[in-house]
Design a protein around this ligand. Structure first.
Ligand SMILES: [Mg+2]
Length: 396
């Protein structure tokens, strides 16, 4: 089998990759909905892939893997990798999890990072109210993640919570020490959330990036009695193009609260320091940023050898990304906690992708399906109605 074309369309806000072969088998991959601008970068790899046998996934990846970087610049390589596995599975008549070594679980636990309800403000009672609504969500999540601190607008709602002037732009520009009032506010909000969730639903906290080491230690220690699932990206994370393993290690060694990072990191090599130095307790690569699903599995195995847990990121990965997360998470070792459940935006994504269970999440889990490849397909007639003018030939 040979690759004859690589196409990309921006559907909704998600760049979607389609790899075409000389045997009529197609593979699809998807980039986060926060990156509609990535289409030109995806097409950059086209000429490197034409003529390759897509069922030799690893040999094909050797041609492009070094031409990527930390988020957002690992996304194109990652989506192409997903599409290659989709083809390899379809060609073999097997679900992708079989090609990754086989599943060790029939259903995969997910955590909530995307089912959200409008918040009236950012006081403890508002966070408690959000938890009440998420707890009642039909998906029956057993773990809920909430943004606090520098992650999200919490610090923009008080003039005296941080020492530096607060910038109200996205992509996480803020960093620096908190006031005592700021730290107390964060702790009070977490206490209010735990009050609602009790010990039946885990609470994970996305915190930064931007905390100083001393503030991170203070927060982690203050929260120790609450048994939160993890504190994510306190120091670096999201769009930080480097890893601060020694700083994370300083925090991790001083607290029993699990410390987590990794969603922006590209490739297994860039997890070595975090894992070998035991710098964090949980890693959270995103298959749509790290270099793909086999890359993510390698990191999970290496983390497991070092006693580190795995909770993949994925909230914006779309419904093809969801399928990829289900396939790989079925195969991860027992250090697996849960992956972050991607929600389709806009809602019509659920009308153009076929093959997902209905409902998708039951009691906080997704049952692993057995169709070949990633196991989802476009309803092409329905999808065509959502193609932009420049992408009208995407399915031809
Ligand atoms: Mg995060």
């Amino acid at each position: 089998m040979k690759i004859t074309d690589l196409k990309c369309a921006v559907i909704g806000q998600n760049p979607v990759v389609r790899i075409v072969t000389d045997e009529g088998v197609n593979g699809y991959g998807q980039v986060e909905s926060s990156k509609p601008y990535l289409k030109p970068q995806i097409l950059f790899y086209r000429e490197l892939l034409i003529g390759e046998d897509p069922t030799d996934v690893e040999r094909t990846m050797l041609r492009i893997r070094r031409l990527g970087a930390f988020k957002p610049w690992g996304s194109a390589v990652s989506a192409i990798e997903m599409a290659l596995w989709d083809i390899a599975g379809k060609a073999a008549g097997l679900p992708v999890y079989k090609l990754l070594g086989g599943k060790i679980r029939d259903r995969v636990r997910v955590y909530n990072g995307g089912v959200r309800f409008p918040m009236a403000g950012h006081a403890p009672a508002d966070y408690a109210d959000a938890m009440t609504k998420m707890k009642a969500a039909r998906e029956g999540f057993t773990i809920i993640k909430q943004g606090i601190g520098y992650h999200g607008p919490m610090f923009s709602h008080g003039p005296d919570l941080t020492f530096n002037e607060y910038q109200r732009t996205n992509r996480f520009p803020n960093r620096g020490p908190l006031t005592e009032r700021g730290l107390k506010h964060v702790v009070a909000c977490v206490e209010a959330m735990k009050e609602v969730l009790g010990d039946g639903i885990g609470l994970a906290l996305d915190c930064g990036p931007g905390w100083t080491v001393p503030d991170a230690v203070r927060l982690a220690r203050a929260l120790e009695p609450l048994n939160v699932m993890w504190l994510e990206d306190l120091l670096t994370g999201d769009y930080t193009p480097y890893v601060t393993a020694d700083l994370f290690r300083e925090v991790t060694q001083k607290t029993s609260t699990p410390i987590h990072t990794g969603e922006e990191i590209y490739l297994r090599q860039n997890f070595m320091d975090l894992i070998e130095k035991h710098a964090v307790n949980v890693v959270g690569p995103d298959p749509a940023d790290v270099g793909g699903i086999a890359e993510l599995k390698w990191i999970a195995e290496y983390a497991d050898l070092h006693g580190i847990l795995m909770a993949p990121h994925g909230v914006l990965d779309g419904l093809i990304g969801l399928a990829a997360l289900v396939q790989v998470s079925a195969t991860l070792p027992q250090n697996y906690i849960a992956f972050e459940y991607p929600v389709g935006h806009p809602d019509w994504w659920y009308d153009i992708i076929e093959g997902l269970p209905n409902p998708i999440v039951k009691e906080g889990f997704i049952e692993v399906w057995d169709r070949p490849g990633l196991g989802v397909e476009f309803n092409i007639e329905a999808a065509k109605g959502h193609l932009r003018d420049e992408d009208k030939a995407f399915f031809d």
